[in-house]
Design a protein around this ligand. Structure first.
Ligand code: CA
Length: 287
């Protein structure tokens, strides 16, 4: 097995039980990494608010921060965008990695103002076919969701590629796989996001999908650009300290999507090991 296959096995094997195995293909992961490699000005969008807990969730910001730092290390102009409800925890997470270019806005047009040549969405809620925003419990949370997903539609009209990572079916980008998702999740059909993208990375936990792409980007560049387990732990702790909750359990504890911090730290270790193993052998990325 090559690196892309092994990464998919690690991050998109339906560990969360929410998506179907096989939805993320090695070629998708490679396309995502290539989009990142070719871009010069990247806007990364994240932040998912949980109204019942009156708090943002812990999935998304670590993926965005790790990806942004990796792109910055490659001398790209990268900005992270979120809305004001999610800003405190996204900021806390970015600070752990020393990434400071955070923009807070409720207006989708702002995402395109600096003329990015790639837009990346990581765990960001997108509108369903009725134009409303639904969480995984099927609740309409439109009033707490700034319409930053609309920039994905504008970008595609302007022929700017959009890369999206999600894990539930209601995130920006999932529109690309809507037919598959409708068949797999019939009871969730009304909540599925209609907004598509250029390349979709469905993963068990959105952060992991972002980490896997950074690992492939590392392979493309011949050096490790990702993070380590200690940074993963510190990001999760910093977000919880800033008020974040686990999006699945709604509890203010150091966990993401129902998995305790230790599971994420082990995943980060595993992803880095796969890269190092690949580097030693220098085998092809996909075939
Ligand atoms: Ca998630």
């Amino acid at each position: 097995m090559t690196l892309a296959y092994k990464l998919i096995d690690a991050v998109a094997s339906n560990k969360s039980g929410r998506l179907i195995k096989g939805m993320c293909r090695p070629d998708d992961l490679l396309c995502g990494a290539r989009l990142l490699k070719d871009a010069q000005r990247v806007a990364v969008v994240t932040g998912f608010y949980v109204p019942s807990a009156q708090a943002p969730e812990t999935d998304g910001p670590p993926g965005a921060a790790v990806m942004a730092r990796a792109l910055e290390a490659l001398d790209k102009d990268v900005q992270i965008f979120t809305d004001s409800l999610n800003a405190p925890t996204v900021k806390a997470c970015c600070s752990v990695l020393g990434f400071e270019r955070l923009n807070v806005t409720e207006e989708p047009e702002e995402l395109l103002k600096k003329l990015p040549d790639l837009l990346v969405y990581i765990e960001r809620l997108g509108a369903a076919s009725d134009g409303r925003y639904y969480n995984m419990r099927g609740e309409d949370i439109t009033q707490w969701t700034a319409p930053l997903d609309k920039a994905a539609l504008m970008a595609q009209d302007m022929e700017i590629p959009v890369l999206a990572v999600g894990d539930g079916g209601n995130e920006v980008g999932m529109g690309l796989a809507k037919k598959t998702l409708q068949e797999a999740l019939p009871s969730f059909e009304k909540c599925l996001c209609s907004v598509g993208c250029t390349t979709l990375i469905p993963s068990d936990v959105s952060n992991w999908g972002a980490y896997a792409m950074v690992a492939l980007l590392s392979a493309e560049n011949g050096r490790w650009l990702g993070h380590d387990p200690q940074e993963e732990k510190a990001m999760i702790e910093a977000m919880v300290k800033a008020g974040a909750v686990d999006g699945k359990t709604c509890k203010k504890v150091p966990s993401v999507d129902g998995f305790p911090s230790s599971v994420h730290e082990e995943k980060v270790e595993k992803i880095k090991e796969l890269f190092l193993e690949w580097q030693k052998k220098s085998s092809p990325l996909v075939r």
